[in-house]
Ligand binder design. Structure first.
Ligand SMILES: Nc1ncnc2c1ncn2[C@@H]1O[C@H](COP(=O)(O)OP(=O)(O)OP(=O)(O)O)[C@@H](O)[C@H]1O
Ligand SMILES: [Mg+2]
Length: 252
């Protein structure tokens, strides 16, 4: 049985007076991967940044409509709690350069001034690195800087940092676009594993990636939700001509 963990209702977003998302209503199934596809500039990043209230951090940015996490409107919750429950990983791996691997993983606790006992911190670091499939590679170097890792390892460190906050939903904004094919394959494998415990929203330009690992696909075009459904169906019998044209590579 599938249940909806997160949904948007008539979600619109603006930068100043410019409306870049137009009344999007979309539900995310729990413990599934939902891919967000669409040409550059169509609003994918803006959309997922509205889900965890990052959009409002931009000057002049505005949101209309609702975002419900397990039925609760995230815009009536405390924003720091929303961002803890709905974690995010960006395109470019961005571990904190001055921090050790260990401190990077628990950085969210420090930033939120949440005190951890040493044994608790040790457990969270080990557990999160294991979940991010990085533990074996770094367990002997926990107190070295995170920046000496490869790009793929740095991205898995960022995933560990997000997982450390025990999020219910993980937003990934083109998490592999800066990585080579091998590091990409490793992260795709990881997403398959992670969805057992966390719901994943994946923005990607990589159509192959969406078809390999997502359960559902949403296609955005010029700020509108043009198509949504089970990935298998969207890829084989898209309802909208624009989806079909995108999938066969007519526009980027
Ligand atoms: N900080 C900002 N201020 C003003 N306009 C912005 C800002 N960020 C994005 N936009 C505009 O909002 C629209 C949607 O951008 P967004 O970054 O969400 O698209 P995207 O689908 O993620 O694109 P890409 O695939 O290139 O990452 C674009 O027209 C973009 O120019
Ligand atoms: Mg983007």
């Amino acid at each position: 049985m599938e249940s909806t963990i997160l949904k948007t209702e008539n979600l619109s977003a603006y930068y100043g007076e410019v409306k870049v998302l137009k009344s999007i209503s979309l539900s995310f199934a729990e413990n599934k991967v939902t891919a967000i596809l669409g040409p550059s500039g169509c609003g994918k990043s803006t959309f997922i940044r509205c889900l965890n209230r990052m959009h409002e951090l931009v000057d002049g940015a505005k949101v209309e409509g609702r975002v419900l996490l397990r039925g609760q409107d995230v815009y009536s919750m405390e924003s720091t709690i929303v961002r803890r429950k709905i974690g995010m990983v960006f395109q470019k791996p961005n571990p904190f350069p001055t921090m050790s691997i260990y401190d990077n993983v628990i950085a969210g606790y420090k930033l939120n001034s949440i005190k951890l006992k040493k044994t608790e911190a040790d457990e969270i670091v080990e557990g999160s690195l294991k979940k991010a499939a990085l533990w074996n590679e770094v367990k002997n170097y926990l107190h070295k800087k995170g920046t000496f890792l490869s790009g793929g390892q740095q991205q898995r460190l960022c995933i560990a940092r997000a997982l450390a906050m025990k999020p219910e939903v993980l937003l990934l904004d083109e998490p592999t676009s800066a990585l080579d094919p091998k590091a990409t394959a490793k992260i795709e494998e990881l997403m398959e594993e992670l969805k057992k415990t966390v719901t994943i929203v994946l923005v990607t330009h990589n159509i192959g990636q969406a078809s390999r690992i997502s359960d559902y696909t949403a296609f955005l075009y010029l700020g509108e939700l043009v198509e949504f459904g089970p990935t298998q169906k969207v890829f084989t019998v898209p309802r909208d001509k624009r989806t079909e044209e995108y999938l066969i590579g007519k526009f980027g």
